[in-house]
Design a protein. Sequence first.
Length: 141
Amino acid sequence: MKITDEAFDAASGRAAAKKAAFPTVVSVRYDRRISRVVITLASGLDLAFSPKQAQGLEHAHSADLADAEITPSGLGIHFPQLDADLYIPALLEGFLGSKRWMAAEMGKIGGASSSAAKAEAARKNGKLGGRPKKSKELLAG
């Protein structure tokens, strides 16, 4: 696929607008003492988060995080050992992964929660024979 001059100029304009709207990364490191990835931005803001909270880093070991690199645009972090990337504008907007991944993480938290009402519902369901089996009609459609 050939990229036209117009498409290239439009993409360059969007990139310039994004760089103007968000501070670039000045440094990135993994702090073993606090088990956090620490990103310093040109604005002076430091971001620190647990790798377990970021898509692509959730199963990483400290050695996998030690050689993080700043992307050429200054708006991303690359972890070569994991072939994983984080986009700083998305981090600043509060997302450490794709919407689908974040929804799955939230579902894990919700599913793991317990309450008296949830326990009572499980007991009642157990007395009735447990969770009903899915009908073959539902599985086929």
